[in-house]
Design a protein around this ligand. Structure first.
Ligand code: AMP
Length: 270
């Protein structure tokens, strides 16, 4: 698939996704289109990054709609492998990124998740041979994990991070937003509201991380269907602990609205 452009000296940009595409995914595609000669998008709902009891079976899928959207964006190739192509019977090889980066946030809530992500992304890199690969800041921890993997395993690939695309009212776009009913859709705004509140307090001079987390928790508690998984503030470079906002920090949260787990984050540069 990619050998011809590769031989012709064309640059390849890869956008890995799980499909059910929205404007967040398409922002990655547009960035790749600007920077690369050949753009490859992968669509694969990767079973090994889902835990038991998570939404692998119900994850939204619509390949023909996705295909049409990608054609509009002048994508050169869509790679949508089957599970057995990626993980044939007897498959036993995995990539595990260690350290604090995978131990916290979604790594703590979803054991094995980042092992599944690092493994599938490694395979996609080897199959698609990209020069650049595009990841959304929406999944900030995932981008950090991939950057660390690329550094430590010497993949000759540049990781490009793309800012979060939001709905007009602030909700981060996500394929999982389709799970929300009308009332839950309203309540889902507590994620972006909590981040905005923390941001404005920081701008007013609040630096205490424990206090800022309390403030965010209070915003979320006002919503009866919201259950906090985590609300955290860590060093944006390596997710190490911080007590004061005295360097760039990542404010990250995961909240269940009904049975739908949503994540959001804000990078605060000081
Ligand atoms: P997913 O299909 O959810 O695995 O996402 C595929 C890629 O799109 C990941 O790199 C995500 O971070 C990125 N992405 C998903 N939603 C957004 C968004 N709202 N804004 C920017 N990037 C996003």
């Amino acid at each position: 698939m990619v050998h011809r452009p590769k031989k012709a000296g064309k640059s390849i940009g890869l956008v890995p996704t799980m499909g059910y595409l929205h404007e967040g995914h398409l922002a990655l595609v547009e960035q790749a289109r600007k920077q690369c000669d050949t753009v490859v998008v992968s669509i694969f709902v990767n079973p090994i990054q889902f835990g038991a009891g998570e939404d692998f079976d119900t994850y939204p899928r619509d390949l023909s709609r996705d295909q049409a959207l990608l054609e509009e964006k002048r994508v050169d190739a869509l790679f949508a492998p089957s599970i057995s192509e990626m993980y044939p019977a007897g498959y036993h090889t995995f990539v595990e990124v260690g350290g604090e980066i995978t131990a916290k946030l979604c790594g703590a809530s979803r054991p094995g998740h980042f092992k599944g992500v690092a493994t599938v992304v490694s395979k996609l890199f080897n199959i698609c041979l990209p020069d650049k690969a595009y990841f959304g800041q929406k999944d900030a921890q995932q981008a950090m994990v991939i950057e660390k993997m690329v550094r430590e395993l010497n993949f000759p690939i540049e990781i490009v991070r793309v800012p979060i695309v939001r709905e007009a009212d602030g909700l981060a776009k996500s394929s999982r937003n389709v799970y929300l009913d009308a009332e839950q859709r309203k309540q889902a705004l507590v994620l972006s509201k909590a981040l905005a509140e923390a941001h404005s307090r920081i701008k007013q001079g609040e630096r205490d991380v424990a206090r800022l987390k309390e403030i965010m928790r209070a915003v979320i508690a006002a919503s009866p269907q919201a259950n906090i998984d985590y609300v955290e503030i860590y060093d944006a470079a390596d997710l190490s602990d911080v007590e004061q906002v005295d360097r760039n920090v990542l404010i990250a949260l995961a909240v269940k609205i009904g049975s739908t787990r949503l994540i959001d984050n804000l990078l605060v540069e000081v």
